[in-house]
Structure formats: structure tokens, C-alpha cells
Design a protein around this ligand. Structure first.
Ligand code: FE
Length: 185
């Protein structure tokens, strides 16, 4: 009986080791895919729709955005993904300048309307122009929220809440990845 159990264990060990090796390879492969994806994102993408001066409203299909946007921006801007709290480049950033839409270059916020929020995402109490953003009711994930989209290209930017500071009481809770910060000269 003991021998049988021992033999059975000895037969199982190689299978476990083999499985672990495969899992380890897959894990490495996933890591390398992640690296490739982030490398791709740092490359200069030719985006013919990006302009900081042209305010013409764009009506571009997602299939076209997919070609011109880095994957990380596309995921938030067109697929409405949300970056992890405290992970973006601007949640804890205090530079003086202007924030533009990373997809189309539309001017969205000035740094003087940004405030230190504990939520982990860059937060603003007002937009640069009234037309900078547009809004949509968002009832996903069992919540009733108001989605904020770029007023020029309709990119998903984040959500707006009513718990912001004076003078507006608004909190524009944004994803850093769809913001393009340009410092004042
Ligand atoms: Fe935009």
C-alpha cells in the first residue's frame, strides 16, 4: 500500500514539474507581451486628428481611432476602461499648464482648476471652456454616474461628481492616460 502510494507520488511529481514549467513560461510570455505593449505606447503614433488649435467636432469611427491611438489611450478613450487609482501620471502632479485631450488635442483643463483629491485620479473643479467636455448618463456597474467625454472627439475621459471643492462643487475625476499636459512657457 505504502509502495503503491509512493509510486503514485513519484509518477505525479514529473507531471507537476512539467505543468509548473509551462505556467512559468506562460507568465514570462505575458510579461514580455506587457513590455511590448508599453513599448508600443511610447512610440510616436501618427495621429492626424490631433490638433491643439482646430476645434472642429470630430466624428471618427472606433476602427479609425484604433489605428492612430496607442493601445493604452484607446482602451480608455474608446473602450471606457479606467486606469487603476494612484497609478496614472497626473493624480499627484502639480505642474502649471494646460491639459489637452490625448486623443485629439482639445483643451480641457487649466492647472489652476486642479485640486488635490484623495481618490487617486487627477481631479478638477471646472473645465477650460464650457464646450471642452460633454456628458452622458452612465448606469454601468450598478451605479448611476455621469460620464465625461471630450467635447471634440467624444473620447471617454472619466466621470463627474458633485463632491468637489468651491467654487463649483464639481469633481471631474479623470484618467491620466487620456490627458496630455503641456507646461506654461
Ligand atoms: Fe478629444
Amino acid at each position: 500500500m505504502i509502495n503503491t502510494t509512493h509510486q503514485s507520488i513519484m509518477k505525479t511529481i514529473p507531471i507537476i514539474l512539467f505543468t509548473m514549467t509551462i505556467m512559468s513560461c506562460q507568465s514570462k510570455q505575458n510579461n514580455s507581451n506587457t513590455t511590448m505593449s508599453s513599448e508600443k505606447d511610447t512610440q510616436h503614433h501618427i495621429n492626424p486628428y490631433y490638433s491643439r488649435t482646430d476645434t472642429t467636432v470630430l466624428n471618427i469611427p472606433d476602427s479609425e481611432w484604433k489605428k492612430v491611438l496607442p493601445d493604452s489611450i484607446y482602451e480608455v478613450a474608446r473602450n471606457k476602461a479606467t486606469e487603476r487609482a494612484f497609478s496614472g501620471k497626473y493624480w499627484d502632479f502639480e505642474g502649471l499648464g494646460t491639459y489637452y485631450c490625448a486623443a485629439c488635442g482639445n483643451a480641457l483643463f487649466r492647472s489652476d482648476s486642479k485640486f488635490a483629491s484623495t481618490c487617486g485620479w487627477p481631479s478638477f473643479f471646472q473645465t477650460l471652456r464650457k464646450s471642452s467636455t460633454v456628458y452622458k448618463t452612465d448606469n454601468t456597474y450598478g451605479m448611476s454616474r455621469t460620464e465625461v467625454l471630450c467635447g471634440r472627439c467624444s473620447a471617454h475621459l472619466g466621470h463627474i461628481f458633485e463632491d468637489g471643492p468651491p467654487p463649483t462643487g464639481k469633481r471631474y475625476c479623470m484618467n491620466s492616460i487620456v490627458l496630455d499636459f503641456v507646461p506654461d512657457k
